[in-house]
Design a protein around this ligand. Structure first.
Ligand SMILES: [Zn+2]
Length: 406
């Protein structure tokens, strides 16, 4: 089911109608002016005027003629959007990612840099993030595109002002990230935003993933922590101060292991990437804590493929813990799909069956309310893609960019 702002949300009827037309073409292209009029209930003259405006803004373009019905052949419309792009970034414990995506959905760049979040003072981290953002923005501008926004995803509690209140995985507390970035980028013309990584990943999945457009969708990050980005009725659920979705700190086992948050038995302490590695590869941390998890996850996958019994059992236990956590979500918000991301993706074949079975047992609704747990098909860096999606989605919501320079 598609969802989005309804016309009554906006005072400016024309901006609303422009967005309605744009969204229709996004989901139904190629389509004709008559198709748009029939589907939206707007009259044909209004649609023609709106389409002319959108073509002038280079948000739509005309393609060939199609004789798909009796009468005159219709000129078909598709999305353009190439003159506009947005940049998304992801700060994680072991790397920094930047992507740029244009409004037509084409990925323009994807960069990944080593970055040791836990060993980097927040001030130094801000300048590193700003430098990468600035280079990405320059690259996009050099291609003749207008940058609509830069959005940075952080694994932690991010408030409405873009300040990171707590990011245990990075060792950050009360970092005024958005304000610091705006200063470091010297008050750029584009929008600068900071958001929780799970929220942004959910936006990426909702716009580009295999379940795009699903009105009730949850994304679970599988980085150092486990966070949930929760889309309910087509909108991201944020809560009063923006701190919703901390599923990783649901206490599933009061007698469980210590969590970095200081409590015990949290989902993250039972099923997070560090717990997986400690259980399957106890020797990995003999020389101190692991900071880059990719080689260890590769080794876990190798052992699981060999049907190593201890590994397969450990991953099934992780699946049961995830299914337990998801059942709480299922009982509260009844998602249609829960998408596992990050390090859970390569481990999914051994995690998902146990997770789905545990969910079925614990959810009160028959058939878990229709909830399916799946692995993300988006490449790692979903939060960065979601950062770009955030600025691009604002256009669909009626915040049209200014006319491109000719
Ligand atoms: Zn915890």
């Amino acid at each position: 089911m598609q969802s989005g702002p309804q016309p009554a949300d906006f005072a400016d009827v024309r901006a609303t109608n422009l967005a309605v037309v744009l969204r229709h073409v996004r989901t139904h292209a190629p389509c004709s002016r008559a198709d748009i009029a029939a589907a939206t209930g707007l009259n044909k003259a209004t649609v023609s005027s709106l389409v002319a405006d959108l073509i002038e803004r280079r948000l739509l373009r005309e393609t060939g003629l199609a004789e798909h019905r009796i009468g005159r052949p219709a000129t078909m419309l598709v999305l353009d959007g190439q003159p506009y792009a947005a940049i998304g970034m992801e700060v994680s414990a072991d790397h920094l990612t930047a992507v740029a995506v244009d409004l037509a959905g084409e990925q323009l760049l994807s960069w990944r840099r080593a970055f040791t979040g836990t060993e980097t003072a927040a001030g130094k981290a801000v300048s590193t993030i700003a430098a990468l953002a600035s280079r990405a923005a320059s690259r996009v501008a050099a291609q003749g595109r207008q940058v609509l926004g830069v959005t940075v995803g952080v694994p932690g509690l991010v408030d409405a002002d873009g300040a990171v209140r707590l990011a245990t995985g990075l060792g950050w507390r009360d970092v005024e990230l958005r304000a610091d970035l705006v200063r470091a980028l010297r008050d750029p013309k584009y929008d600068v935003a900071v958001d929780n990584d799970a929220n942004l990943s959910a936006l990426a999945e909702h716009r580009y993933g295999a379940f795009a457009g699903t009105a009730n969708l949850v994304y679970l990050t599988g980085e150092l922590g486990i966070g949930a980005g929760v889309v309910v009725d087509g909108r991201l659920l944020r809560g009063g101060r923006g701190f919703s979705g901390e599923i990783g700190h649901l206490q599933l086992d009061p007698g469980g292991p210590l969590c970095p948050c200081g409590r015990v038995g949290c989902l993250e302490a039972l099923a997070g990437v560090r717990a997986i590695i400690q259980r399957v590869l106890p020797e990995a941390e003999a020389d101190g804590p692991v900071t880059d998890f990719a080689p260890e996850i590769d080794e876990v996958v190798r052992r699981a493929r060999r049907d190593d019994a201890a590994t397969v059992d450990a991953l099934a236990a992780v699946g049961r813990h995830l299914g337990h956590g998801v059942s709480i979500l299922a009982n509260l918000v009844n998602p249609d799909v829960v998408v596992l991301g990050g390090n859970f993706v390569p481990l999914a074949p051994w995690i998902l069956p146990a997770a789905q079975a545990e969910l079925a047992v614990r959810a009160v609704a028959p058939d878990a309310g229709g909830c399916r747990i799946v692995a993300s098909g988006l490449a790692q860096g979903a939060a960065a893609t979601g950062g770009a999606a955030r600025a691009l989605a604002a256009v669909d919501a009626g915040h049209l960019p200014p006319f491109p320079a000719v």
